[in-house]
Design a protein around this ligand. Structure first.
Ligand SMILES: [Zn+2]
Length: 179
């Protein structure tokens, strides 16, 4: 397949990942769909099979009392990241935000704000970033998925989050918007 544009290259990657129909297992072919271009197609089911990917939420957790941001360390790694987790099938993103924060930190989210999304190729995941506000840190009881945590001022958070990560890009974009 000739690769002529970044868009086609992305489609090519998707076709490489997803070669078979998820319903019947037949090999997918490429077929033109009006308005969409070339889309994987199952000749047996006679249906288009759009590329599938995972969806996750990532959260800038903010203490409403003092504006500090929660960063966490996980899975024995030395760097600070944002609280994040996968969205369940059928679950609303806004529900996943509150659920993940409750599960991992014990804290109740009082309100959320959508920021932006970014596709994370290594795990075939669409990452959806939100700001999530908590009233204070009195409920904070991290679960076993969290090795350690720390509250940072916005400037400190910028300096301490894992460099060159998607979490850093989300955090910096959010803080730049707030300025
Ligand atoms: Zn099929």
């Amino acid at each position: 397949m000739p690769i002529q544009s970044p868009g086609l290259f992305f489609l090519y990657l998707c076709l490489m990942i997803q070669k078979h129909c998820f319903e019947c297992g037949a090999a997918l072919i490429e077929k033109e769909l009006e308005g969409e271009g070339i889309v994987p197609y199952c000749p047996k089911c006679e249906q288009y099979r759009f590329p599938m990917y995972n969806v996750a939420v990532s959260m800038i957790v903010i203490n409403e009392q003092n504006g500090e941001i929660l960063l966490i360390k996980q899975y024995g790694r030395p760097w600070f990241v944002l609280v994040a987790g996968y969205v369940n099938r059928g679950e609303q993103l806004e529900h996943a935000v509150g659920r993940e924060i409750k599960e991992e930190t014990g804290m109740t989210v009082s309100r959320i704000k959508f920021n932006r999304t970014s596709f994370f190729e290594p795990s075939n995941t669409l990452m959806c970033n939100f700001t999530a506000y908590v009233k204070d840190d009195s409920e904070l009881t991290p679960n076993q998925e969290i090795d350690s945590y720390q509250w940072f001022t916005p400037d400190e958070a910028r300096k301490n989050i894992r460099p060159d990560s998607l979490a850093e890009r989300f955090l910096n974009a959010y803080l730049d918007d707030e300025d």
